[in-house]
Design a protein. Structure first.
Lengths: 243, 463, 185
């Protein structure tokens, strides 16, 4: 199966390891992975901060780059939700843009959705002998309704001990530019999230969004807690050879 | 209340930054919101057809709003036919003038009030006070707020920011007939309020209320409450004046079957609130006046995205699940409508000319918890994002976002920017300057990698 | 231009061109369920009201027992002799009801014969309500369908209560602090 990887601008720039993990995981599962070089950003930051014009331009660019693929996989619940949930609200009904969005948006999958719903696999043959807790990021949970897909994948990872995260459904406080526009509340939310993470005794915090992990991880590192953050793709790509 | 929200200084980030420092407030809010969250989830989960009720509630409200003029006229006819008098008020000043004149006509200088968001919004108590009329709040939480010369901080539980010992202090300080040995036991505090208000209920000649619903078909008004202060005010005084926003309308009697399930379960987390009163026009010889209030609602109605905020039935479920409200508290929003619904309603009703009102659409991490619990499915994140596009932006931010947009719109520009970042990766300070210091005050910055994903792909895969 | 005309004109302009909406009514309504007496009794009890389920023949004796020593208001149309007339000094009120809702444990008064005025059912501290089993309906839609909007209606679910202090429910504020319900089967 041919798959286009939508890496997302945050992963591309700051977390290339996540992209490499997706490539190796999907290949292991028999996919032919393509990386359309012209891709950039879904436009979420601009739209959600009130810069609709710039956001619409980026959305148009996205639909052009990814037109024609059967499946587009993004290692980000937030960016996948942007394309699927918010893009249709950006274009005028009946316009060419609306048609382009209607064509591309349904083919965009968050990684765990693609694995479970399209490839129909729950055991991806991963090995990761660590105590892990999972934070279901807001756009994965309430935007895409990923449900237990990510944890079903994690439960099938050999050696992995999955521990529940108290208050897991509550936002970590990242929220894109919210983190810098309302730093006090964002930090207070982050502090409560990290306290819950520390209470689990997990070595690794896992999520399907590196942007949230950047916020939580930045707080965990500032507090010198020793808890690592890892994207779901990186755990699923791990095998005995890579350990 | 002598306190007033209008013209409050500050902005949400500053107000909330102060609030998060208040550990007592944080504790009170956390305890209260988590309690009610659990109760709501329990009673909503009991109903197998909750989503069907929610879909019906949303559609009934949308249909009403689409035909609001027709239904208001139908309501007016029904209320008038049942012996009531209907008044129309374009704005707060007009509504306050109507109510003041009605009270003056009775010759009374004291009125009792049932908790009402609309009369708080128009600051009716202050307007009455200017004409020598004293309004006594009778809802326990409103009484706590009024006696404490305080602001309400929650739609349903205006004194949610106060705990039992603070309430005891307020009662001992400001309630002359409070027993001197009053404890902070909630039943004891409640009993003190009961005795304090009893005589006032029995002798008051004029009451002022709002309404949760008005039925166009029958002219019926509906008030949901818990304590019985509503029943006291609605049924004992000789004159009843109800001030109600024009969007509180339902087309038909039957529609109540939906909303009397949605509201109590979403609001207090009960299968049903203790008391609901319904009346049509003049009942048992009472003189009844209905004041229909616009006060910015028709402006909201004109906005295709924002008008869904008028579906709101003021249940406050969105406040109770909001992680931002839980930490910032209600006062930070500078409005009688705090929390997520306030963040979309206040800027639409008041405009975004003040610094405070312009900051409200950004008072959310867009986590979506509010939308999920809303019994009439108001997509609050969608409206927030829409309002953000209409809000004024600082010049520096605008410039930065333009540059970012320019770079991100072309992969070659993006690749060059990534390589530039890679070259300085060893020199990123632990504390960033300017607005980005808001990030590094509490969090480390992520390390810039040796190469971007696209450069890695180009090097390894493209060949 | 009057405020009325101006508001109506503003509405007309605001919604011009907007599409109307169909109302889906896929929720439960018109139910004829079994076990309503038991469910109603359980749900009333959840509000910390006092509940009895008795055959009709035993109800008068139960009423005698419950009101013993209380100055009770007996409204016009309630089948019982005697009663106290002064609202200010009454200890309680005894009424029938118009309809009762099993799912929510609610009784609804329409203040018709046997149900008293709004004040009579509010001011005394104790309310004894006799509900006939055939007055109990499954849920809110079934109740709304049976009620007459032209009448004043009071829906009662348990004794008066408040959650205004730390969101904990405290029974007994301004309305009757004790609610007792006799279900006559």
């Amino acid at each position: 199966m041919q798959v286009a990887l939508f890496i997302t601008c945050v992963n591309d720039t700051l977390f290339p390891g996540t992209g490499k993990a997706v490539v190796s995981l999907l290949r292991r599962l028999g996919c032919d992975v393509d990386f359309p070089a012209a891709q950039t950003c879904c436009g979420q930051m601009h739209v959600n901060t009130g810069y609709r014009e710039e956001g619409v331009r980026l959305a148009r660019h996205f639909t052009e780059v990814f037109a024609g693929y059967d499946a587009v996989v993004a290692p980000s619940g937030s960016c996948a939700a942007m394309v699927r949930e918010q893009y249709p609200k950006l274009a005028k009904p009946g316009s060419r843009g609306a048609a382009a969005i209607a064509e591309v948006a349904p083919k965009v999958y968050e990684l765990s959705e693609f694995l479970i719903d399209v490839l129909k696999v729950e055991d991806v043959g991963a090995y990761f002998p660590h105590r892990v807790t999972y934070h279901p990021t807001c756009h994965s949970l309430r935007g895409l309704h990923l449900g237990d897909r990510p944890t079903r994948l994690l439960r099938n990872v050999r050696g992995l001990e999955l521990v529940p995260l108290p208050g897991s459904e509550e936002c970590c406080g990242f929220g894109g530019t919210f983190a810098v526009k309302n730093p006090a509340v964002s930090a207070a939310m982050g502090a409560d999230k990290t306290r819950n993470i520390l209470d689990t005794g997990a070595e690794v915090l896992c999520a399907a969004d590196n942007s949230c992990l950047m916020h939580i991880g930045g707080t965990l590192r500032r507090q010198k807690t020793g808890v690592r953050t890892m994207h779901l793709a990186e755990i699923l790509a791990s095998t005995e050879e890579t350990q | 209340m002598s306190a007033t929200f209008l013209g409050m200084p500050g902005n949400f980030p500053e107000n909330s930054a102060k609030a998060v420092q208040d550990s007592q407030l944080r504790f009170n809010l956390r305890k209260a919101t988590h309690t009610i969250r659990g109760k709501r989830a329990g009673v909503v989960g009991e109903l197998p057809d909750w989503q069907e009720l929610r879909a019906a509630g949303k559609a009934i409200k949308d249909h009403t709003l689409r035909n609001l003029d027709r239904y208001l006229l139908q309501l007016e006819e029904a209320v008038t036919g049942a012996g009531g008098t209907v008044h129309w008020a374009r704005d707060a000043a007009e509504a306050n003038r109507i109510v003041t004149d009605l009270v003056k006509a009775t010759g009374e200088t004291e009125v009792v009030k049932v908790k009402s968001m609309a009369t708080q919004e128009i600051e009716l108590n202050q307007a009455l006070a200017e004409h020598g009329i004293t309004a006594y709040e009778t809802d326990l939480a409103e009484l706590i707020v009024q006696l404490g010369d305080d602001f309400p901080s929650h739609i349903l539980v205006p004194a949610i920011h106060r705990n039992r010992s603070e309430i005891r202090e307020i009662f001992l300080d400001r309630m002359p007939d409070a027993p001197r040995d009053l404890t902070d036991d909630p039943p004891a505090l409640t009993e003190a309020a009961r005795l304090h208000l009893r005589e006032r209920f029995l002798r008051s000649k004029v009451a002022i209320s709002g309404a949760n619903f008005m039925v166009a078909e029958t002219g019926t008004l509906v008030v949901l409450e818990s304590e019985g202060n509503g029943r006291m005010c609605l049924s004992l005084p000789e004159t009843l004046i109800s001030v109600v926003g024009i969007e509180k309308l339902l087309p038909s009697w039957r529609d109540l079957e939906v909303f009397l399930q949605l509201l109590p379960r979403s609001s207090t987390g009960e299968r049903m609130n203790p008391y609901t009163s319904m009346w049509t026009g003049s009942v048992e010889g009472q003189d009844f006046h209905l004041v229909l209030l616009d006060n910015g609602r028709t402006d909201v109605l004109a906005d295709e995205v924002g008008r869904q905020a008028l579906r709101c039935i003021r249940c406050s479920a969105c406040l109770n699940v909001c992680p931002v409200y839980e930490r910032a508290g209600g006062h930070a929003y500078g409005s009688v409508y705090p929390g997520p619904i306030g963040a979309i309603l206040t800027p639409q009703l008041r405009g975004m000319s003040s610094e405070l009102d312009a900051s409200l659409p950004f008072a959310s991490s867009l986590c979506g918890a509010c939308y999920e619990v809303c019994p009439v499915a108001i997509d609050i994140p969608e409206v927030l994002v829409d309002l953000r596009a209409k809000a004024p932006h600082a010049a520096a931010e605008r410039a930065g976002m333009k540059v970012a947009g320019w770079i991100l719109n072309d992969h070659n520009r993006l690749a060059r920017a990534q390589r530039a970042a890679t070259r300085v990766r060893g020199f990123v300070p632990k504390r960033l300057p300017g607005p980005l210091s808001a990030w590094t005050d509490t969090r480390d910055v992520p390390e810039i990698p040796e190469e971007s994903f696209r450069d890695w792909w180009e090097r390894n895969e493209r060949a | 231009m009057s405020a009325r005309d101006e508001i109506l004109a503003r509405i007309g302009r605001a919604v011009a061109g907007a599409e109307d909406v169909e109302i889906p009514r896929g929720y439960r309504a018109g139910r004829q369920a079994e076990g309503l007496v038991e469910l109603f009794a359980e749900r009333v009890d959840d509000y910390r009201a006092i509940v009895h389920v008795l055959p009709a023949s035993e109800v008068p004796a139960k009423i005698d027992e419950s009101v013993a020593g209380r100055r009770m208001i007996v409204p016009d149309g309630f089948d019982r002799t005697g009663g106290w007339n002064d609202l200010g000094t009454a200890d309680g009120v005894i009424t029938s009801c118009a309809v009762a809702i099993a799912e929510t444990g609610t009784i609804v008064l329409d203040h018709g014969p046997g149900q008293g005025t709004r004040a009579q059912t509010l001011v005394p501290d104790y309310h004894l309500c006799v509900v006939r089993a055939d007055q109990i309906v499954a849920g809110v839609p079934e109740a709304v369908a049976r009620l007459d909007p032209a009448r004043p209606l009071t829906w009662i679910s348990g004794p008066s209560a408040t959650s205004d202090i730390e969101l904990n429910r405290v029974e007994g504020v301004h309305g009757p602090r004790t609610l007792e319900v006799i279900i006559s089967t």
